[in-house]
Each structure stands twice: as structure tokens, then as C-alpha cells.
Design a protein around this ligand. Structure first.
Ligand SMILES: [Zn+2]
Length: 456
């Protein structure tokens, strides 16, 4: 069994107070000790890596991402209406090939690796890319297969059945996981939501959905008004319009019988936080996407007071604006910065918890990930730091740039700021702008590189 000790100026285990001149000892893929360096029993047998002036901490868990949209960065300007953004992304998707989606997915995964993310809940609009793209990254993936049935000829039963089959097939080929992601109350029918929930619960799969994201969604369900309502009316999708808050409607459908990961949760009726808390629903806040759409302030205090588990996500680069004309990157530190720039931002220790222990709970890995603690998996990152122990947590959420080092499952993926490319995940790395080739896919309709017709 490979054994190693890593020393650093500061260790921030997250579950416990920071440690000065700390050490993390690893055996194989798991942490066996976290302590001050001088308290490690001597003599030590394992190899020692002294990372020096850095903070060691658990890797971040990104609870909401769309890797396949990464290269849509900067393509959609800020639009007046949320419904217009949906129409714009549908139009782009209609022109993209599988190769473009695959390249986009892999590019996004590498950006996340560099920004300290080690686990991702990803929404897969193009499940045909799996499992090949999984092999291009060491990230731990919870790939949630997106389900939309606006104008779809397929029944909810057949959609959930084929997603289930796909999930089973993928999980026999890889250690990554599959979940289900009915897109939203307004794009998934009641029976699709309910059947996905029953399947997710029966098979212990993650279930995630966009919930109460925009004021337009709120207006549609509260008063049957607004641009989203108008557009969905033209698509023949009017269920529940004017009935109340989307959270109360999902609750009445029994959707929260599973501990759903609800993306966004920006607009709350008075009782909504209690509904979410009572069912163990997690809320995912995506600060830069939130800013891009100009939503009302994220009501984290109300969620927090009710006891709702809150986490962070990046969302996709299709909904993150350019910064001073620059194309944005997927960057977890930029999400922390965007969060910190808001009025009544959570304190740094809370933001760090959202990205680690709370996120681990959301993906049912609270005894495996999100902390540096004996018995936990060795998913560790390091950021440069020469300051005091008292300011270490503030320095983590205030950091800008790439991580100095990163490890997943006890294996270094970044050292000295450079990615290490292990053979096992190099399969797709030769996809680059000058080296485009059709993405090899296995779909029953043939070997076309064209992506399926966009939905909805
Ligand atoms: Zn999303």
C-alpha cells in the first residue's frame, strides 16, 4: 500500500480548527492521520512531501455544473428575459456536434481541476458522451442524466426506463456515478418528475432539478404571467400555472420524497424553506450565474435559519458573463469572489463549509469526502499561503488563480501548479482545436457526429 506524509504551513481540515505546521498522512486512497507535523510518531516510514508555504484543505465539491456547455462561454449576451436565454441556448445546441460537446465537456473538467474542484455533480444534456469523457478527467463525477419532455413523443415511462438502463451500463464500466435530472417543473411533466423520483429513491441515485431560479418562473406559477409563461404557453406547457410557488407544487407532487439537490432556489414563498428543510433538500447557489441573470438576492439566511443544507455550484459558462471583455473560465475561486461581493455575504467559514462538508452531505458522501480526517478519501488541494493561521480560511475563499497542488483518491493530479496526465485518463486529451476528430460514439442510430435534435 502506498503511504505518504504531506507537510504544509497550514492544514485546514474543515471539520476541525486549522493546524499550523500540519501534516496529512495517506495510505493508498485514504487519509490515516491529520495532525501537527511534530506530533506525528517517529520514526516515519512513508515518503514525505513538504509542500512548504501552502494551505492544505479538502477538494471542493461542485454541486451544479453543465460541463458540456463550457465552450458556449461568452456566446449569449445578457438578455432582458430568462425565457430569451433558454431560447438562445436551444438555438446554439441545435448547431453543435457531438465533437463540440465532448471538447467542451473535457475543457470544462480541466478548468475545474485547476480551480480546486475534486468532485462534480454534472447535468448531462448529451449522455452519449459518457463514459468516454469520464476517462478524460480524474474528477469524481456524479453525472445526472437530463430529462426534458416538452413536445417529446416519448412517454415519461420510456424516458426514465432508458435513463435507468444507461445509468446501469455506465456504472458497470466506471467508478463514477449516475443520477437523474428532470430539468425543471416547467420542462418536465408531472409523471416524468414522479417516475424519476421513484427510480432515484429505489436505486439511491442523486436527483437534481432547477427550482425557483428566476422571477419569471415565480410569476408563471404564482400568477400565470410573464415571459416564461408566455413562451411555455406557446409550447403547450401550462400545468400548474397560477397555482403557487414551484416549491409547494413540487412538494404536492411528492418530488421531495427524495433528498433532491435543488439548483438555484432564489425565490421563496414564506413556507418554502420549511418544506425544503423537512425533506432534507439541498439548495445549490451558483453566484456568477446568479449575477449574470440579475436575480433577487439569494435568500441564504432564510434557508439557513430553516436548516436547509446550502452548497455551491458553478453552473455553466453559458450563463456567466464576460469579465472586462474576457471570456470567463469555470473557476470555483471566482464563485467565492462573486459570493463575497454581494450584500450580506456569508462569512468565509460558512462559504467554505458550503463547498465542502455541506456539499458532501448533498451527495451522500459525508463520511468520505469534504473533510481532511482519518478514514476519509484523500481528495486534497493546496493553495499558496504565507500568512497567519487566523486568516487562513479567509485566504482560501479570497484566493484567485490555480491551485498549487491537487490530489484525488490519493493520487496527485496537479503538482507545482501543473497537471499530471496519467495514462488512464488521457484517452480524449488529443481533442484540441488543431486536432479535431469526430467523437467516437455508440448510438443505435449510427455513427453520426451530429447531436440529436435539441430539446425542448
Ligand atoms: Zn443549471
Amino acid at each position: 500500500m502506498r503511504s505518504q506524509a504531506i507537510r504544509s504551513r497550514i492544514v485546514v481540515p474543515v471539520g476541525k480548527p486549522p493546524i499550523e505546521n500540519g501534516a496529512v498522512v495517506i495510505n493508498g486512497s485514504r487519509i490515516t492521520a491529520v495532525s501537527p507535523w511534530e506530533e506525528l510518531p517517529r520514526p516515519r516510514q512513508e515518503a514525505v512531501t513538504d509542500l512548504g508555504e501552502v494551505i492544505l484543505l479538502p477538494g471542493f465539491i461542485n454541486c451544479h455544473c453543465h460541463l458540456d456547455y463550457t465552450e458556449m462561454a461568452g456566446m449569449i449576451p445578457r438578455l432582458q428575459h430568462f425565457a430569451d436565454w433558454i431560447k438562445a441556448i436551444i438555438a446554439i445546441k441545435a448547431t453543435w456536434s457531438y465533437t463540440e460537446f465532448a471538447k467542451s465537456w473535457i475543457t470544462g473538467a480541466h478548468m475545474l481541476e485547476q480551480s480546486g474542484v475534486t468532485s462534480v455533480v454534472d447535468i448531462e444534456a448529451v449522455p452519449e458522451l459518457l463514459p468516454e469523457v469520464w476517462n478524460a478527467t480524474p474528477l469524481r463525477l456524479w453525472s445526472c442524466l437530463e430529462l426534458i419532455n416538452v413536445k417529446s413523443p416519448d412517454t415519461a415511462t420510456s424516458m426514465v426506463k432508458s435513463a435507468r438502463q444507461k445509468a446501469h451500463e455506465l456504472e458497470t464500466q466506471h467508478t463514477n456515478h449516475c443520477g437523474l435530472s428532470p430539468h425543471a417543473l416547467y420542462t418536465a411533466s408531472d409523471d416524468l418528475l414522479q417516475q424519476a423520483e421513484i427510480t432515484a429513491r429505489a436505486e439511491s441515485r442523486l436527483l437534481t432539478t432547477h427550482v425557483a431560479e428566476s422571477s419569471e418562473e415565480d410569476a408563471m406559477y404564482h400568477s400565470a404571467t410573464g415571459p416564461l409563461y408566455q413562451w411555455l404557453r406557446s409550447q403547450g406547457r401550462l400545468e400548474h400555472s397560477g397555482e403557487g410557488s414551484p416549491i409547494s407544487i413540487l412538494d404536492q407532487l411528492g418530488y421531495f420524497n427524495s433528498p433532491v439537490i435543488a439548483a438555484h432556489v432564489n425565490y421563496l414563498a414564506p413556507n418554502d424553506p420549511h418544506i425544503l428543510a423537512a425533506h432534507g433538500v439541498t439548495a445549490v447557489h451558483c453566484p456568477r450565474s446568479h449575477h449574470y441573470f440579475g436575480h433577487d438576492a439569494f435568500p441564504w439566511q432564510r434557508l439557513n435559519e430553516a436548516g436547509v443544507n446550502i452548497t455551491l455550484g458553478t453552473d455553466s459558462l453559458a450563463s456567466i458573463g464576460k469579465v472586462g471583455g474576457d471570456i470567463p473560465r469555470l473557476d470555483f475561486f471566482a464563485e467565492f469572489a462573486s459570493l463575497a461581493a454581494t450584500d450580506k455575504a456569508p462569512p468565509p467559514h460558512k462559504a467554505l463549509k458550503w463547498a465542502t462538508t455541506n456539499a458532501a452531505k448533498a451527495i451522500h458522501q459525508e463520511n468520505e469526502l469534504g473533510q481532511l480526517s482519518p478514514g476519509f478519501l484523500a481528495d486534497i488541494i493546496a493553495i499558496p499561503y504565507a500568512g497567519t493561521i487566523g486568516a487562513a480560511v479567509e485566504a482560501i475563499v479570497g484566493y484567485r488563480g490555480s491551485v498549487a497542488a491537487a490530489m484525488i483518491h490519493g493520487r496527485w493530479i496537479i503538482q507545482d501548479g501543473d497537471n499530471i496526465r496519467h495514462q488512464t485518463w488521457s484517452l480524449c486529451l488529443n481533442i484540441s482545436p488543431g486536432n479535431l476528430r469526430p467523437f467516437r460514439i455508440n448510438i443505435s442510430s449510427g455513427n453520426s457526429d451530429r447531436s440529436p435534435a435539441p430539446k425542448p
